[in-house]
Ligand binder design. Structure first.
Ligand SMILES: [Zn+2]
Length: 350
């Protein structure tokens, strides 16, 4: 659409509210009409010269208003004289135009004018960066979902006290162990897990090392929560028992019992290697070491062991050694191994 007089056209409208199509149409409508401007200066008569349009590419004129304007400044709000009022006093016109052409406002408006309708490289880069960030966040979201499911499987197996590994974890095996079998079960319903197990080459999360890493990481989180609870409790009772693991290695299980949020809770702290010293002195120093680590050695008020003489012996048993400590205020409870084993494993709320 050709606009006959763009200056009067834009004066009736707000340029910034026009559509891009209208703005581009206006940009291409710059007119260079012959104007009837003349002024008497002494004996000489100054007249408008059409060659000024050649000298100043931004210059435009309005026949309706019979004045000269700067086209970019009219569109983008530059100096009032060139954008709104118009120039109709042509004395020293070239000097005036040169001064305007080097003004900050004009340079800025001219830049907007030239870039109108073109894609700016910095905008393109920002857009590319946004797309990259979006893709990265999507990837992170998916990875978190996968690791979240791996953690769910580890927590489930720990809660149910089930073994992780299978005797044969190869692709042909009919029973790959609980960890892998549960993951494959989840993959049947969850496309993200299926896709991950089938296509991931860098991190599948199925190796024995990763299983151990996950168990260790979850243990750290659980221990942090237990330590926080212990800070807020006044008294602590310890339960400990020596057992032998599948490789016939002597290990010591330690449990703390205390009040947390008005409820009695039992927290399993872990298995500790005592194969080096299984005497009452060695076992009692291991218990004290664990208590010190949890910063509850001064909160201990009772201890619970089975009837083995090394633990509950009144002459040199673990209970006697701990009871005779200078800071001790301890009551000792002896119970059967069956009762003792009925402790509750702590399960954290993630
Ligand atoms: Zn201008």
């Amino acid at each position: 659409m050709d606009i006959e007089d763009p200056i009067t056209y834009i004066k009736e409208r707000n340029f910034s509210s026009l559509s891009l199509e209208e703005k581009l149409n206006l940009k291409n409508s710059q007119k260079r009409p012959d104007l009837n401007i003349s002024q008497k200066d002494g004996k000489t008569i100054r007249k408008f010269q059409k060659t000024w349009y050649e000298s100043f590419s931004w210059l435009t004129g309005s026949v309706n208003l019979n004045a000269l304007y700067c086209f970019p400044c009219v569109l983008f709000g530059g100096e009032e004289a060139w954008a709104k009022d118009g120039i109709n006093v042509i004395k020293n016109f070239v000097q005036k135009a040169n001064k305007h052409a080097t003004s900050k406002k004009h340079i800025s408006c001219n830049e907007f004018f030239c870039m109108l309708g073109k894609v700016r490289i910095d905008h393109t880069l920002i857009e590319a960066r946004k797309i990259n960030a979006f893709r990265h966040n999507e990837k992170v979201k998916k990875n978190r979902q996968i690791v979240g499911r791996l953690i769910d499987v580890v927590c489930f197996l720990a809660k149910q006290e089930l073994a992780f590994r299978g005797h044969d974890e190869t692709g042909e095996s009919r029973n790959k162990g609980n960890y892998l079998e549960i993951l494959q079960l989840l993959a049947m319903e969850e496309p993200a897990i299926k896709d991950h197990l089938e296509s991931s080459s860098v991190f599948r999360g199925t190796s024995s090392d990763i299983q151990n890493d996950l168990v260790e990481s979850i243990t750290c989180v659980v221990q942090e929560i237990i330590l926080e609870e212990l800070k807020n409790t006044e008294f602590v009772s310890v339960q400990a028992d020596e057992t032998t693991d599948i490789s016939c290695c002597a290990q010591f299980s330690v449990i703390l019992r205390y009040v947390c949020k008005n409820e009695i809770v039992e927290r399993f702290l872990g298995f500790y290697d005592v194969s080096g010293d299984k005497t009452a002195v060695g076992l009692s120093s291991k218990i004290l070491e664990v208590l010190k680590l949890c910063q509850v050695e001064k909160k201990l008020v009772s201890q619970t062991y089975d009837g083995a003489s090394v633990m509950s012996g009144t002459k040199g048993g673990v209970q006697t050694i701990i009871k005779n400590l200078p800071t001790s205020t301890i009551y000792t409870l002896l119970c059967s191994p069956t009762k003792f084993s009925s402790f509750t494993l702590f399960q954290a709320n993630y």
